[in-house]
Design a protein around this ligand. Structure first.
Ligand code: SF4
Ligand code: SF4
Length: 192
């Protein structure tokens, strides 16, 4: 057994080498909750950032990779800059999203939402909310459309959302969006 660092948490549940790397990044987390208190999307998450860090420490791979929380992070870095222990919370969540993709957690609500969102932005260069609702709810929570329909109609009547998709013109940023997706495609690595 190698020398132990002081003040770190490493529990014994067996996990993959990739997950062990992530767990190592949060081994110094002391569960103070500053990350959760700093997070603008924590109220919508199923687990707060602090809880995710604890679950990673506790080797709860399945629960973490199935969580909605990892997909609701908007990478604002508030948690990371405020963490008193220097835990790279934002990067940990990004690594967890990558692992969820690699390990085939493709039908979780969080990933379905993200894939639907990206498919629309890729096609039009911008968001088209009615299609997002349809794409998401056709795969997850179909009954949710019943609740979303009246809200969508009200937004439509007030002109807050467009009735038809509007494609972003090449000279208005459409080219840049296409280049971003192309770069992401080129950097994609198949699951090991
Ligand atoms: S702010 Fe840092 S130490 Fe505190 S709970 Fe979050 S990750 Fe852990
Ligand atoms: S980077 Fe993600 S987890 Fe951290 S505060 Fe921002 S949204 Fe929350």
């Amino acid at each position: 057994m190698g020398a132990k660092q002081p003040n770190v948490i490493r529990l014994g549940r067996p996990i993959s080498p990739a997950m062990a790397e992530v767990a190592e990044l949060v081994a110094t987390c002391v569960q103070c909750g500053t990350c959760s208190g700093s997070c603008p999307t924590a109220p919508a998450m199923d687990y707060t950032p602090r809880q995710i860090m604890h679950m990673v420490q506790a080797r709860m791979t399945e629960e973490v990779l199935r969580s909605r929380a990892i997909w609701l992070c908007v990478s604002c870095y508030s948690c990371t800059v405020r963490c008193p222990r220097g835990s790279p919370v934002t990067d940990v969540l990004a690594r967890l999203r990558g692992l969820a993709i690699q390990q085939g957690y493709s039908e979780t609500p969080g990933m379905t939402f993200t894939k639907s969102f990206l498919a629309i932005v890729r096609r039009y260069g911008r968001m088209f909310e009615p299609e997002l609702l349809l794409r998401y709810h056709s795969r997850q929570e179909p009954l949710g459309l019943l609740g979303a329909g009246p809200v969508g109609l009200a937004l439509l009547m007030k002109g807050k959302i467009a009735p038809l998709p509007e494609r972003l013109a090449a000279g208005e940023g459409g080219d840049e969006v296409r280049q971003i997706f192309e770069r992401a495609r080129q950097q994609h690595r198949p699951a090991e």
